[in-house]
Design a protein around this ligand. Structure first.
Ligand code: TEU
Ligand code: CA
Length: 606
């Protein structure tokens, strides 16, 4: 991509002074889902040496920080998000020595490592929980959330309230313990009991976990569901929002609870402030702007940024559970993106930019068109959006080559995620003889299941896509399209120069070269009122820094569109697009511009 560096007189933008610059704002973070990244010992399961082996690949792509999903000792009830020992590595991934070596190699390349911190809950096999459940008088009893049973009018035992389990909403969020005759709270699955953060010893133990990894050389944390740690202490019943279900989403009472900010500030003051870290808190269910700024505001002393869920909830039926399909268009995208962009600029907070992770379907399938005809263009369109917004960039493994969802033809047996299994089982129970409902469940699963993101990374066109050795069996089936969607084909040979991978690499470079504009510059949505033609298809915005401004136009539709440059906007030069350089020369620079399906353009404004 060529860049024009002419001085311009532009409306005075928000100039972000150097006192606001931080390395973690400019960083490109790459998320590794270790089980599916690269297997080096032939057991069909990705491992830590596999990550080390690909550091040069990541460095070359433009990655500064790797975030590794949980590799701690775990029974893998929820793929490592159920931790049995915070200070040891699961043997399936390797050893602590392997991690020390990874850290050494990461640092050698001037990169950083972010660990996944899962401290809302532990595994039910963690020593703390084994002790806690051993008896009501255990010294660790109060480390988890135990409550006596309730009884209904017929004398049947019932959980303490009606909250639904998050990874299987047909079930209660409470698990009965036969041994000690009480329920414990387990918001995600019974194998993931929630810690009782009200107990100061729990908070102290968590601080120790952070210190353990920072002292070992980690540079920060992605904090799993960190906004769920404080619960409303009288544990009220949730309102009924899904009629017909016995159990209901209880997030009103367990998301951003009364003591969240106190405890985040504690973590910051007692641990994080003593190191140079990057922190991102995963925060589902939060919409309130004051709540968000309380966490990520520059003065807040809590976290650097959060993962908000607005964008990845775009296709859920509002208020309903996730296995639903909701129609959306560019107007929704615009509303979501611009709200967070403006919020952070106006109130001095910071954004994370992500369109996928290990809990979400593949971005190219979800937001664009993943058919063979449009997959590459679609993946590049998303790359353009990611790399031209303000915030810290997160790339999920495989996104850089445009990996897509599993094919609709796959049997439900191929889905390995506990959430998918619970969903499919419930559906089969509810509609044993309803073929239509069963078919619909399969369709929703193919569109929404977390499994879509968890298939092995497609490194090349050899057996198992080079993820594991030819005679091994990968823990999860490789996506059938690996023969033509793979890293090798996109980084060498005839198609490399126009590949999705190369597009990502160049876009990341370009963003870094122009960081005052793209990382720190101001943002304004074009046509926020959606009162012009094609509002449902086009998202356009202006970014500017002290002396220059660009227009970004993204066609989020498969239609060809004549888009009007509103308010007499004039383009000096079209500088980048996902249809290649030649295409840019044909584009009109005033009045209106013709966009091809899923086309994205960046133009320098006059
Ligand atoms: O996910 C948190 C979360 O809110 C999930 O319920 C998410 O909405 C869900 O995956 C949607 O299908 C985190 C982790 O990222 C996830 O992998 C874990 O299963 C979960 O926490 C429990 O630790
Ligand atoms: Ca392995």
């Amino acid at each position: 991509m060529s860049v024009q560096k002419k001085a311009r007189t532009q409306p005075p933008g928000l100039y972000v002074g150097t006192d606001k610059h931080r390395w973690w704002k400019e960083a490109v973070v790459y998320q590794i889902y270790p089980a599916s990244f690269l297997d080096t010992n032939g057991d069909g399961w990705g491992d830590v040496p596999g990550i080390t082996k690909k550091l040069d690949y990541l460095k070359d792509l433009g990655v500064d920080v790797i975030w590794v999903s949980p590799i701690y000792k775990s029974p893998q009830a929820d793929m490592g998000y159920d931790i049995a020992d915070y200070e040891d590595i699961d043997p399936s991934y390797g050893t602590l020595a392997d991690v020390d070596n990874l850290i050494k190699e990461v640092k050698k390349r001037d990169m950083k490592l972010v660990m996944d911190l899962v401290v809302n809950h532990t595994s039910d096999q963690h020593a703390w929980f084994l002790d806690s459940r051993s008896s009501k008088t255990s010294s660790k009893r109060d480390w988890y959330i135990w409550k006596p049973a309730k009884y209904d009018a017929d004398g049947n035992r019932q959980p303490p309230n009606n909250w639904a389990m998050i990874l299987g909403e047909a079930n209660p969020a409470w698990t009965w313990d036969e041994g000690s005759q009480e329920y414990y709270l387990s918001l995600f699955t019974p194998e993931q009991p929630d810690l009782n953060w009200e107990n100061p010893d729990v908070r102290e133990a968590v601080h120790d976990v952070l210190r353990f990894w920072l002292d070992r050389g980690a540079s920060g944390f992605r904090m799993d569901v960190i906004n769920l740690i404080s619960k409303v202490q009288d544990f009220p019943d949730a309102d009924v929002v899904v009629p017909g279900n016995k159990y209901q989403p209880g997030d009103k009472y367990f998301a951003n609870g009364p003591r969240l900010h106190e405890w985040l500030k504690d973590i910051n003051r007692q641990v994080l402030s003593k190191y140079d870290t990057i922190t991102v808190g995963e925060m589902p269910f939060v919409r309130d702007e004051d709540e968000i700024i309380r966490v990520v505001g520059a003065e807040s002393e809590e976290l650097n940024m959060i993962f908000a869920f607005d964008l990845v909830d775009i296709d859920n039926v509002p208020g309903d559970f996730k296995f639903t399909l909701h129609q959306w268009d560019a107007r929704d995208l615009k509303r979501i993106v611009s709200r967070l962009q403006r919020l952070m600029l106006e109130r001095d907070g910071w954004n994370s930019l992500f369109v996928g992770n290990h809990d979400q379907p593949r971005s190219v399938s979800r937001y664009t068109d993943d058919s063979d005809e449009w997959r590459e263009i679609g993946a590049k369109l998303l790359c353009m959006m990611q790399t031209t917004l303000a915030g810290t960039i997160y790339v999920y493994q495989g996104e850089e080559i445009g990996m897509r969802n599993v094919p609709p033809s796959w049997d439900p047996e191929e889905y390995k995620d506990i959430e998918s299994i619970n969903f499919f089982k419930k559906n089969a129970e509810m509609y044993p003889d309803n073929a239509e409902k069963r078919a619909y469940a399969r369709k929703v699963m193919q569109r929404k299941a977390r499994d879509n993101a968890r298939t092995p990374v497609q490194w090349d066109d050899t057996t198992h896509a080079g993820f594991t050795s030819a005679n091994s069996k990968p823990w999860m089936r490789v996506n059938d399209n690996y023969t033509y969607v793979n890293v090798a084909a996109q980084t060498s040979g005839a198609s490399a120069s126009t590949s999705v991978h190369t597009f990502w690499k160049r876009s990341l470079e370009y963003r870094k070269e122009n960081k005052y504009l793209y990382v720190y510059g101001d943002f304004e949505l074009i046509n926020p009122d959606n009162d012009t033609k094609n509002a449902a298809e086009i998202m356009a915005y202006r970014r500017w820094s002290k002396d220059r401004a660009v227009l970004v136009v993204l066609n989020f539709s498969g239609k060809e569109i004549e888009w009007e440059l509103v308010n007499g906007m004039k383009i000096d030069k079209w500088i980048a697009g996902n249809y290649g350089e030649v295409n840019l020369e044909e584009k009109a620079k005033s009045a209106s511009v013709l966009l091809k399906p899923w086309e994205g353009l960046i133009g320098e404004l006059e």
